[in-house]
Design a protein around this ligand. Structure first.
Ligand code: NAD
Length: 320
């Protein structure tokens, strides 16, 4: 019988799906991130590991689990927590959960853009602290959105969805930078391709949607931040290390840019010194895909990838 270990409780739908197939399935006894040792201990001898983006899975962990390991099904679209080369060498299949979280992450990105430009979190703190003494002409002036320019860095599934919704819903001009041009989307959405440098100089809002790779680590650093308009905002729902967070704190302190809204952090779950003290940032704890609908679908998809491999087929969401 095929054995599966799930590194943390996830929505039940995927687990039930696997149980229905009569696999031997165990879920972590703890509601926290497991240590490497614990993953190896609990997953020893399994055929499939269903893990999260908070689990660092390298060659040593793979070897510790053992030679029966056929598939690592990541409960995320980003796979930067897994050593893909090590998996390839050992003939272990890696899958992810793309697509089903696109809308949730796009919605969260837009929510962050509104939260930071309208100063929602800051004003909420002010109101709760009993500081609201009545309407004032200059209280919490923020930035308008309609008619402004949004620069998307990484026009993939999520970046494309943010572009579409902001253009259609808020009459925002969209420009983008990606490794490859997407002329179909340019035509369909009436959007323009810019170099990263020109995008940063032009956009009123910059939203990051690239995967974390060696080539995208610190894609936005001191130099890139200095190119942005002093009235501009930076939004990141991709992965923390894509932005040099120390440089971002400096840029926010010195008002090199007007604000930032982040769902992901370079040293997650820690914030770089000074970040959480700033009023011109909105911080959410890596929850962009956290909707009932999406997390359920991610659970189903991760389970389906395991079933595909156990049935001898090609999994729907093969990464390597
Ligand atoms: P995708 O693969 O559809 O899109 C990524 C885009 O980035 C592609 O168009 C690709 O060409 C582009 N790209 C890659 N390297 C680049 C580079 N060096 N410069 C410019 N562009 C580059 O992925 P997606 O489904 O849109 O997801 C994007 C990322 O969002 C994921 O990799 C993941 O890390 C992150 N994510 C975060 C959350 C969250 O909870 N905050 C949830 C889902 C996804």
């Amino acid at each position: 019988m095929f054995k599966i270990f799930v590194t943390r409780k996830i929505p039940d739908v995927g687990i039930q799906f696997l149980r229905g197939k009569k696999y031997d399935i165990a879920v972590s006894p703890y509601d926290r991130v497991l240590t490497r040792r614990e993953i190896i201990k609990y997953a020893k001898g399994v055929d499939a590991l269903l893990c999260l983006l908070t689990d660092k899975i390298d060659g040593e962990v793979m070897d510790g689990i053992g030679t029966r390991l056929k598939i690592i099904a990541n409960y995320a679209v980003g796979v930067d927590n897994i050593d893909l080369e090590a998996a390839k060498k050992r003939g272990i299949i890696i899958t992810n959960t793309p697509g089903v979280l696109t809308e949730a992450v796009a919605e969260h990105t837009i929510a962050l853009l509104f939260a930071v430009t309208k100063r929602i979190a800051e004003a909420d703190r002010f109101a709760r602290a009993g500081k609201f003494k009545g309407w004032e002409p200059m209280l919490f002036l923020g930035s308008g959105i309609t008619g402004k320019t949004l620069g998307i860095v990484g026009l993939g599934r999520i970046g494309g969805e943010v572009a579409k919704r902001m253009r259609d819903g808020f009459n925002v001009k969209i420009i983008y930078y990606d490794l490859t041009r997407n002329e179909e989307m340019e035509k369909a959405l009436g959007i323009e391709y810019f170099s990263l440098e020109t995008l940063l100089r032009t956009a009123d809002f910059v939203s990051i949607h690239v995967p974390l790779l060696p080539s995208t680590k610190h894609l936005i650093s001191e130099k890139e931040l200095s190119l942005m308009k002093s009235s501009a905002y930076l939004i990141n729902t991709s992965r923390g290390p894509v932005i040099d967070e120390k440089a971002l704190v400096e840029a926010l302190k010195k008002k090199i840019i007007r604000g930032a809204a982040l769902d992901v952090f370079e040293f997650e779950p820690k914030f770089s010194p000074g970040l959480a003290k700033l009023n011109n940032v909105v911080l959410t704890p890596h929850i962009a895909s956290a909707t009932d609908e999406t997390r359920g679908k991610m659970s189903e998809l991760a389970a389906q990838n395991i079933i595909d491999v156990f049935s001898g087929g090609k999994p729907k969401n093969l990464v390597v």
